[in-house]
Write a protein that binds this ligand. Structure first.
Ligand SMILES: Nc1ncnc2c1ncn2[C@@H]1O[C@H](COP(=O)(O)OP(=O)(O)O)[C@@H](O)[C@H]1O
Ligand SMILES: [Mg+2]
Length: 240
């Protein structure tokens, strides 16, 4: 039997991304492997969102190379991405998940059970028939997670999913993310929240002005930052 195609490891080799004269990502080399969540941290404008777009295959590097499981084709076979502000279809919560399942090629007769399971897993079973756009911000973000999980991803890329949420909604989203990680999904999540880093991260990619400033186990990064920029970030100082 052939092993199923895997998108891991995700390898960036000297990846740069230019927009006109602006260098958004500057010669990034890194490897993302299975295991605990990888958090991409750094100040606003550091390049986190663009790095996630490259990891998803939505943006092609201006130079350098990205491979998923050793392959360079960018078709998002086993990847899903969640943006900071989810866009909901003007339908019920359940119909939003149904749409994602249809997109993922799940046959119609198997969708109902999956919808129920996915909504249950994000705590929205009771709101299945609510129009998605009338859910709260936190509920919409959880619904967006259900839609992403509908793709049965191997890698789930998350762009500051709790940036606009209050602490209770943040906690709910973090619990879902941790459950996904425990089920074997590789989480790659942008954040500029130190508390979130402590709660979720296995390892850390620290970006400053589009360059990789520091990388390693979260505990090392938090307890023994090696660069002045990382030390300032960990102290909670502004890093520009
Ligand atoms: N199309 C673009 N043209 C020029 N600069 C851009 C473009 N898109 C993003 N940038 C710049 O790239 C930098 C990184 O952006 P981004 O990836 O959104 O950072 P982050 O998510 O860490 O806040 C920012 O300085 C932003 O202004
Ligand atoms: Mg961003």
């Amino acid at each position: 039997m052939r092993a199923p195609i895997s998108d891991l490891p995700l390898v960036l080799d000297q990846v740069s991304l230019q927009a006109g004269a602006t260098t958004i990502l500057n010669r990034l080399s890194l490897t993302i492997t299975p295991g605990a969540p990888t958090l991409i941290v750094g100040p606003n404008g550091a390049g986190k969102t663009n790095l996630l777009r490259v990891c998803m295959g939505l943006a092609a590097p201006s130079s350098g190379r990205v491979t998923w499981g050793g392959r360079a084709d960018r078709a998002p076979l086993r990847r899903a991405i969640l943006f900071q502000r989810p866009v909901m279809l003007r339908r019920t919560a359940a119909a939003n998940v149904a749409y994602a399942l249809a997109q993922a090629g799940i046959p119609r007769n198997r969708r109902a059970q999956r919808i129920a399971g996915l909504l249950e897993s994000v705590g929205l079973a009771d709101l299945a028939q609510r129009p998605a756009r009338r859910l709260s911000g936190g509920e919409q973000q959880r619904l967006a997670l259900a839609r992403a999980l509908a793709r049965d991803p191997e890698i789930l890329l998350l762009d500051e999913p709790t940036a606009n949420l209050d602490p209770a909604a943040t906690r709910s989203v973090e619990e879902i993310v941790l459950a996904a990680a425990q089920s074997g999904i590789k989480i790659v999540m942008a954040s500029h929240d130190l508390g979130q880093l402590r709660r979720l991260a296995g390892d850390v990619i620290f970006l400053v002005r589009g360059a990789l400033c520091e990388q390693g186990a979260a505990a090392d990064f938090l307890d023994h930052p090696a660069t002045p920029e990382a030390a300032a970030f960990v102290r909670g100082d502004l890093v520009i």
